[in-house]
Design a protein around this ligand. Sequence first.
Ligand code: ATP
Ligand code: MG
Length: 431
Amino acid sequence: IVAIIIATPWFSFFLPPVAWMYFTIGKYYVASSRELKRLSSIHKSPVYEHFTEALRGGATIRAFGDVDRYIEDHALRVDRYFRAFWPSMVINRWLSLRLDFIGAVLTAAVAAAIFLTIDFPFGLEMDPGKAGFAISQIISITAFLSFTVMIYGQLELTAIAIERIAEYTHLPVEAQRDAPFEPDAKWPQSGKIELKNYGMAYRKGLPLALRNVSLKIAPREKIGICGRTGAGKSSIFNAILRLSDVQRGQILIDGVEIHSVGLALYRSKISVVSQESIVFASSVRYNLDPAGAHSDMALWGALLKVQLEVTVKQMGGLEAKIAEDGGNLSVGERQLLSIARCILSGNKIILLDEATSSVDVETDRMIQQTIRNVFSDCTVLTIAHRLNTIADSSRIMVLDKGRVAEFEPPSDLLLKPNSIYKSLVDAAKGK
Ligand SMILES: Nc1ncnc2c1ncn2[C@@H]1O[C@H](COP(=O)(O)OP(=O)(O)OP(=O)(O)O)[C@@H](O)[C@H]1O
Ligand SMILES: [Mg+2]
């Protein structure tokens, strides 16, 4: 531009209005296209979601003869997405049209400046070389300026992603992974659990999922937990695993207040089979022993104990692949795999949430037997809807609306005519 101004000084008069045009158009474009981008990304995920849902539930949809509705639904979502996506394409055309137009104006301006220099008002001489140079320069510069505006727009748009990441970095974090206080290396040695006036809610403002729970569990006790859906059974486990930040009261394990222990260390000391058992898309070996700390013998031993040995052999041994979400295993097999993982962990405290609800009664009985044997030295808390599963626990904890309603040996509870446990057992028998 400087070179052009030197060649044709008149050009500098055209420069400010043109710069202003670039600026306004750029601003206008960025503001609208940012909103359009936002709209189209909001409407994009429902399309994907619907598509994957339809893929997974294809059989069900066909069975209910709802194919047409699904296709219509999908078309609706695609329409909604395109309503935002199409303008965001069009706005790009809008921009390049304007930019090309300004480019043409600029070129014309240079030509006019040359004309003015030669003819008006002084009739100065001008080197034709300089004139040619100015014209050829301005053509490449306009392309460059358009490009700059485009890139600037892109930058603003992609910065939305950074904005989102910044938002995520400001989310509240869990408790410290490493706390200054380190319990004894062997902690917890015996596995005694004590809750003192413990209350817990899932988030601020939600009602308490556990209220005023006080109880003591002795080392090596086998506790069965039951109660109606939503009574707070899983919440007890979540409390012990410190999955919620909103709590009052204390939980002590072997006399150590659990919230004083670093989270990473703490959670490594407790084994869980949760209501939705988790398996990784990797080899059987990795699923059993992610840290690679155990010998093949130990791995096969654990598989044998949960009666998965034959299945794994058929799959092709320890290196056999497990599909995403455990797709090539049944729900029961996934649960068994998780139990095998617990066996290998060697932890003192074992939490089983409906761990055998999806295996047949016979296998369940066998596994409960195994759990008694393998975990004889551990404190085991078992949640079960199937009361047989927990019938020979040392004590039964019956939860009701977030409170511990009953906590006694099953034989005692059965003797009490009004106990909730007895009514649950009777109801199960009556079936
Ligand atoms: N992630 C969560 N966020 C908010 N509230 C929750 C959450 N999980 C559970 N709750 C609430 O806490 C209460 C206890 O739920 P909990 O999962 O402990 O029940 P549960 O006894 O395990 O039931 P189920 O037998 O169906 O597994 C329920 O009222 C439930 O609505
Ligand atoms: Mg539950």
